[in-house]
Design a protein around this ligand. Structure first.
Ligand code: CA
Length: 232
């Protein structure tokens, strides 16, 4: 049997954009399910097991935000990666989209290349990079088998939470994660934990990295979250 293709659901009411996107995703080797309305999209989600949703914000029937909420409210799709497409470029809308549970956000008119890169990155995060042996970014290196972190060969000692935080951030360098996303991924049961805790551990991680590298390697997006980056 042929290898199973990764299924992606695209919900986009603009037929020409839907076709263009579906065409490009097919070329990349994805199996594409197409929906022109929110209702159609939700129906397809019930019938098929998809691995990613590319979701237009402005739809004629149900808004992208509402679809996102419904996907997150359903146990079987609670962790399904969602990339929102939107004409809105306002920071506030971006935060709203991410807060409601979208994993990523692309502003129209978007470049297909960028969207494809984000799809790949988000699929990779979800598969936890199929556990590679070593991960690296800007001279930071995590040896997963040995559970050690180094910078230019110099050992960095990290607490267990800081290690998990760094590991998670390294699955997608430069991608911004909300504090809520970090809580969900790094602290498995976190009902008692506040987002403030994320700030504390990010602070420790940043300090440990800085001690060895002399660089700030974590970017803060005020009031929102963090990304692994070379801030300088
Ligand atoms: Ca639209």
């Amino acid at each position: 049997m042929a290898e199973q293709l990764t299924k992606i659901l695209v919900i986009e009411d603009e037929p020409s954009q839907l076709e263009l996107l579906a065409y490009n995703l097919n070329v990349e080797g994805y199996h594409v399910l197409k929906a022109e309305t929110g209702e159609e999209g939700l129906l397809l989600l019930k019938e098929h097991q998809v691995e990613m949703v590319v979701l237009d914000w402005m739809l004629p029937d149900i808004s992208g935000i509402e679809i996102c909420r419904q996907i997150r409210a359903n146990k079987s799709t609670i962790n399904l990666p969602i990339i929102m497409l939107t004409a809105r470029g306002e920071e506030e809308d971006k935060i709203k989209g991410l807060n409601i549970g979208a994993n990523d956000y692309v502003v129209k008119p978007y470049s297909i290349k960028e969207l494809l890169a984000r799809i790949r990155a988000n699929l990779r995060i979800n598969k936890n990079l199929s556990t590679p042996e070593v991960m690296s970014f800007e001279s930071i290196r995590i040896d997963i088998a040995r559970h050690t972190v180094s910078y230019n060969g110099l050992n960095i000692s990290l607490g267990p939470i800081e290690y998990k935080l760094l590991y998670f951030l390294m699955t997608a360098p430069r991608q911004v994660f909300s504090r809520k996303q970090l809580l969900d991924r790094v602290w498995e049961s976190h009902t008692e934990i506040e987002t403030r805790t994320v700030d504390v551990h990010i602070g420790r991680l940043r300090k440990s990295l800085k001690k060895v590298s002399n660089k700030n390697l974590i970017r803060t997006i005020r009031g929102f979250g963090y990304s692994l980056d070379n801030v300088g």
